[in-house]
Design a protein. Structure first.
Length: 130
């Protein structure tokens, strides 16, 4: 392996871990999204580390959503509704908490709208019919 490929591989691994950490933080904080960060991490690991790529796909909490994304580039309607609910709930609480700073409230509303739009644009998993 040449030096350039070596550096590229480890840069992708480092970036993959950065986005994984941001995704985990996003699961805990209302302002950061979780799924988009983990999807980016998954893509980075797919190009650099089969072990870490598989680790994300096998994760008990995020694995099913990431596998669905990797296989079909879709999310289930239920996952999208949960995301909508969490975004609206957490950003509403955040806006209420910073009730004296209108600029920050507007920024939070804009971020929430952008996240809702991002989730809305993702294709839904087709419903199975009997």
């Amino acid at each position: 392996m040449g030096m350039r490929k070596f550096l590229q591989k480890y840069l992708l691994v480092i970036l993959g871990w950065l986005f994984t950490i941001l995704g985990i933080i996003g699961a805990l904080l209302p302002v950061l999204p979780t799924t988009p960060f983990l999807i980016v991490a998954l893509a980075l690991f797919s190009k650099s580390s089969p072990r870490f790529h598989q680790m994300l796909l096998n994760n008990i909490w995020f694995g099913p959503i990431l596998r669905q994304w990797e296989d079909k580039k879709t999310l289930s309607r239920q996952t999208k509704y949960k995301a909508y609910l969490l975004i609206i709930l957490t950003f509403s609480i955040s806006v209420a908490i910073v009730n004296n700073n209108i600029q920050f409230q507007l920024l939070l509303v804009v971020i929430a709208i952008a996240l809702l739009f991002f989730i809305w644009r993702i294709k839904e998993e087709p419903l199975l019919t009997k």
